[in-house]
Design a protein around this ligand. Structure first.
Ligand SMILES: Nc1nc2c(c(=O)[nH]1)N[C@@H](CN(C=O)c1ccc(C(=O)N[C@@H](CCC(=O)O)C(=O)O)cc1)CN2
Ligand SMILES: NCC(=O)N[C@@H]1O[C@H](COP(=O)([O-])[O-])[C@@H](O)[C@H]1O
Length: 188
């Protein structure tokens, strides 16, 4: 199954996906970011799709542009790895049930942009990460996999994020493989 990865940042999750040998056809980013360098280092096509104004119409136009890039590369499964823009309906009209996201908390706890900081501020002893099927509602949709991560005394957002990402970089590729094993490709 041909994978398209959506990213916005450092690309550590993307690097883990590529290191696992998954077939990534294209990396699409919503802003210039180091993830494109990770793609280039692995010989994977990448494109910057500027997200523009985040009005409903602007978000829909941005999402349609993303879909066109993914279709141009024959993508059948969309994998968000540190993607930081909320996708509009056109993505789910085209790839409904085949858009995955990785979130750095045990959803439904700590949804949104600041999950690591929020878990730390809440004083929980355990947080974690979640792989789920994305839907139009942010950080909702069916959970595919979760793994707990302890919060340790003296943790900073950075130290906790590092511990979570160690788990993410193993859990996400494994969950993507399991998902593909149970889904027929869109076309044979
Ligand atoms: N329709 C969906 N789009 C996205 C989902 C999703 O589940 N459904 N997951 C997110 C990833 N994410 C959390 O895991 C997340 C990313 C970004 C935001 C957000 O509020 N973004 C702002 C812009 C923030 C910024 O750039 O500083 C926005 O889009 O207005 C919330 C959750 C990816 N997309
Ligand atoms: N709400 C989405 C979110 O916070 N995603 C998180 O952003 C990080 C991206 O790292 P990367 O750009 O190095 O892969 C990852 O830890 C991922 O869980």
């Amino acid at each position: 199954m041909r994978i398209g990865v959506l990213a916005s940042g450092k690309g550590a999750g993307l690097r883990a996906i590529l290191a696992d040998g998954l077939d990534v056809s294209v990396v699409a980013v919503d802003r210039p970011c180091p993830a494109t360098g990770v793609a280039a280092d692995h010989g994977v096509a990448w494109e910057v799709v500027p997200r523009g104004v985040r009005t409903p119409a602007g978000r829909a136009a941005f999402t349609r542009s993303l879909v066109r890039v993914l279709e141009r590369h024959g993508v059948e499964l969309v994998v968000m790895a540190g993607f930081m823009t909320v996708l509009a309906e056109p993505m789910f009209e085209r790839y409904g049930g085949r858009v995955l996201n990785l979130h750095p908390s045990l959803l439904p706890d700590f949804r949104g942009l600041h999950a690591v900081e929020d878990a730390l501020a809440a004083g929980v002893a355990v947080t974690g990460c979640t792989v789920h099927i994305a839907v139009p509602e942010v950080d909702a949709g069916p959970v595919l996999a979760q793994e707990p991560v302890p919060v340790l005394p003296g943790d900073t957002p950075q130290s906790l994020e590092r511990r979570i990402q160690e788990v993410e970089h193993r859990l996400y590729p494994a969950t993507i493989r399991a998902f593909m094993a149970h889904r027929a490709p869109l076309r044979r």
